[in-house]
Design a protein around this ligand. Structure first.
Ligand SMILES: [Zn+2]
Ligand SMILES: [Zn+2]
Length: 139
């Protein structure tokens, strides 16, 4: 359990609530704090929404989760141990698709070559509508 070591090395314990939240994110990516709360509250009534937020903030600070903003007015989270990938977010149904596109890699290298920028991390989000929503409501 990698994240347990990260917590310990920073002086934090792997509390039950931290374990529960990480486990949810192992099962499904791109969850919002509210979605995590909805999934765990049945089994863990002791876990309030504000605890979920606080725990996610801590996990984010420690680099255990990535925080993603798809322009919905709230963040979504996924474990930072996930392989590098990019997102396409549908503004109608909210689905988040992942893609690992070599063109994006090429784009990064191109920008680095032109500007001398040194990239730590890159994540690209395409904003628009998924195939189904675009088909249902062509505009
Ligand atoms: Zn859609
Ligand atoms: Zn993702």
């Amino acid at each position: 359990m990698e994240f347990e070591q990260i917590l310990r090395s920073q002086g934090y314990r792997l509390t039950n609530q931290r374990r529960v939240i990480v486990r949810e994110l192992e099962g499904e990516r791109h969850l919002s704090a509210e979605e995590i709360y909805d999934r765990v509250k049945g089994e863990h009534p002791e876990l309030g929404l504000s605890t979920v937020y606080r725990t996610l903030d801590l996990l984010h600070e420690l680099g255990i989760v990535r925080k993603e903003d798809f322009g919905e007015g709230y963040s979504r989270y996924e474990l930072s141990t996930e392989r590098m990938h990019h997102h396409a977010h549908c503004r109608e149904c909210g689905v988040v698709m992942e893609f690992n596109e070599e063109l994006m890699e090429y784009l990064r290298l191109q920008v680095e070559r032109e500007t001398g920028f040194v990239t730590d991390w890159h994540e690209i989000t395409l904003h628009g509508r998924c195939a189904e929503c675009a088909r249902a409501n062509p505009s």
